[in-house]
Ligand binder design. Sequence first.
Ligand code: NAD
Length: 479
Amino acid sequence: VTEKSAIFIIFGGSGDLAHRKLYPSLFRLYKSGILKDHFAVIGTARRPWSDDYFRETVITSLKDYFDDSEDIMKGFAKHFFYQSHDVNDSEHYIALKNLAAKLDDQFEAGHNRVYYMAIAPRFFGTVAEHINSEGLKTEDGYNRLVIEKPFGRDLDSACELNGNISKAFPEDDIYRIDHYLGKEMIQDIPHIRANNPKLEAAMNNKYVSNIQITLAESLGVEDRGGYYETAGVLRDMVQNHIMQIIGAIASDDPEATDAKIIHKNKTDLFSSLKELTPEGVDDDFVRGQYDTDQLGEEKAYRQEDNVAEDSNIETFVAGNIQFDTERWSGVPFYVRSGKRMPEKSSRIDIVFNDKVDEVGIKPNTVITLLIERVNGNSILINGINYKESGQDFISFPEEAEFDKAREAYESLIIDILSGNRVHFTLWDELRSTWKYIDTIRNRWDEQTPDFPNYLSGSMGPDAAEILLERNGNSWVWDD
Ligand code: NAD
């Protein structure tokens, strides 16, 4: 392990994301020695906390995830400092700058800065601009800006946000988080393709019948109704996570290792999204909103806290996304995401056609990549563990390698500290995906849906099944 050095400034340091994801990930890096002596974390938020109180909150949340000794946790928390901060107050940025400089001397952090926006999206632009205008950036280290989701709520607002942050930071220093890109399976996909020539020979419109991506949750909106009312699953899951998963599975040239080439391949893919017309939306996309369950016990979406009684926000989406590329033209990418589905499931199903034996794969084989491991399994062939599948055309990383699996945020923070932008999203990719999503959103906003239209605990509205049946296909994952 090579130790990394940096001062982290976490905007929103008292928030949910910081305590549930960032501090546990930093602690794992601390235990593995990637963060050791030469780092400090400044948490900022509005409340006037002392360093000691801040450290206590950090240790308290670590205890939810780890059973390490109090001493180790305290040793880690000694690197934590608190600065109360209002995003619009210039003087607070000067105070932050001075504290960062002082801690940089104390911990010999190499003048490196990670500015992490774990704060409401409406503040991203303002904070980035102040970091720049109040001179927080250092001269002889790096200055990296990390942006959480959501990156805009449509193409216009994403453009505006991007305009604001790019006035303050060059694109090469901007790390837009899509935490699915930190997940082990998504990172393994290019290696799986590159290391299995038969599989790669079959990854095109000659042999693939369709590809299915499902991100299903069994929970409802829980206590996030207020946020959800401004989003909906199309914005919350499809524009970012599902599109990025398609990027991993469908980009050309999986052997590429250079970040610029990988991003160019992904940008090319997204810019060849098949043009959607408003009428095409009616044919190719289905939306739904959950009702109570069969027994009438669960709350319908419209009964959730902070949700309008006549809300038209969708909690389910299914669609057929297509690309105009030589490799993929004519192949449906069926995508689906919803709340209150029968169980939590995140998976990619690659369905081959009956001609695929031309490249040595049994006709109609289905390969399933489970994005979150289930019972130790990551990869299924025709529904069973690939090792027992009887097909020898393919080899996947040994399970042992999966055992080293890092949490998505841990892996992404290592990338940020290493200056590796492969697993982050670039502006050009977002522009293409937002443009596509806007066409769907605008069409839907013109029409009044017949909601609620699926029972909690079901696979969504019937139209989601019909979407595939129309082309003689069906969902691989079906209850
Ligand atoms: P949160 O409401 O729990 O925390 C927000 C933080 O911002 C708090 O520390 C608060 O003190 C601070 N803050 C609010 N107004 C401020 C102001 N005027 N000046 C300075 N500080 C201010 O929110 P969260 O759930 O932690 O989310 C933070 C960001 O991460 C959001 O952009 C969210 O979309 C994104 N995100 C969160 C999650 C998650 O699981 N919580 C997942 C993905 C993305």
